[in-house]
Ligand binder design. Structure first.
Ligand code: ADP
Ligand code: MG
Length: 317
């Protein structure tokens, strides 16, 4: 297949149709019509084979994850996803691979009503770059700089599963039910879009955890000019994680490994009841893991005793 056959066959026949896409794939640009009064939230994330996913990752998982990590950025701003652009570089025109890649991509696109409106298709080492656009109300944006001394620190879901999953894949371990769950969390993270949008009502500080809990919480602290104390025994772990580690969690790794794509957010004491009941109402799991302090930097404690971190988080360079 030629480049144009690939575009027509795999990308043009998009599964999600939206009325605000006046002109989608096929011209030099897409023409899009944002809802009046909304702001646009725009972000790009690139996934490189062997860097952001093991080379052995199946095509459908790569498709799913590529979109998931981009949706996670919108979630962290409190935005509602709408449009995606897909720039893909492939070593060859492997139609089988592309078919499965788009299956994974479309599965998640449907869940979040994201229309694929354009992109670019080139030959080279496998890499996927998605540009995502969402809508957000002016007064419901979740920024990193809104944390204040005394706020409590929360995370969604569970932390550490992706790290265990990655370890299992890289070491070619046999996957029992629990390890398989962790590998799924690595390959198909759940972008917390609904949680982000609900949190938007409360003008909180939020970030998505892509580079590790400490590294990403530190971004909130630096942007907000505050410090934090983490009670690491309060970090929520999945049942599978606990089973796989015989209830002896490796906190160093849990704190610093990336790829969970949960949200970390802060919340003033007087808002907690309202936030918690909103989350409960929507069946969304959140856990309080610490508190914002004045000063700078993050102090970790395990059962009230100081805990020294010997690494920080993922950094490309
Ligand atoms: P141009 O040469 O003007 O950049 P292309 O020939 O690269 O346009 O692309 C033709 C059309 O196909 C454009 O609308 C572009 O957005 C779309 N397109 C190309 N590659 C992809 C892709 N991987 N996913 C989605 N749309 C794509
Ligand atoms: Mg052109």
């Amino acid at each position: 297949m030629s480049e144009f056959d690939l575009i027509n066959h795999f990308f043009k026949s998009t599964y999600v149709q939206r009325d605000d896409v006046l002109l989608g794939i096929g011209d030099d640009c897409a023409i899009l019509s944002p809802p009046p009064g909304k702001l646009l939230a725009v972000s790009t994330d690139t996934l490189i084979s062997g860097v952001h996913f093991p080379e052995s990752t199946s095509a459908d998982d790569v498709g799913y994850k590529s979109l998931a990590v981009n949706l996670s950025d919108l979630a962290a701003m409190g935005a509602q996803p709408a449009w995606a652009n897909l720039a893909i570089t492939l070593p060859n025109a492997n139609t089988d691979w592309l078919e499965r890649f788009m299956q994974g991509f479309n599965e998640l696109a449907k869940k979040h009503n994201v229309a694929l409106v354009g992109g670019d298709t080139t030959k080279g080492a496998l890499s996927i770059s998605i540009n995502i656009t969402g809508f957000v109300d002016h007064h419901k944006i979740l920024k990193r700089n809104a944390a204040k001394k005394g706020d409590l620190i929360f995370v969604t879901g569970t932390i550490g599963d992706a790290y265990l999953g990655l370890k299992a894949v890289l070491n070619n371990l046999n996957l029992n039910e629990h390890l398989a769950y962790c590998v799924k969390r690595l390959n198909r993270p759940t972008p917390r879009v609904e949680t982000g949008r609900l949190l938007g009502e409360f003008s909180l500080a939020a970030i998505d955890i892509s580079d590790g809990l400490i590294a990403d919480l530190n971004h909130i602290c630096q942007s907000s000019g505050v410090g934090a104390i983490l009670d690491i025994e309060k970090i929520p772990l999945s049942e599978s994680f606990v089973q796989c580690t015989n209830n002896l969690p490796d906190w160093q790794s849990i704190l610093t490994a990336g790829d969970d794509y949960e949200l970390c957010f802060t919340c003033a004491e007087e808002q907690i009841k309202e936030v918690q009941s909103k989350m409960l109402e929507h069946n969304l799991m959140i856990s309080c893991i610490g508190r914002i302090t004045d000063g700078s930097g993050i102090t970790c404690q395990l059962n009230s005793k100081e805990f020294t971190l010997n690494q920080s988080g993922y950094n490309h360079f």
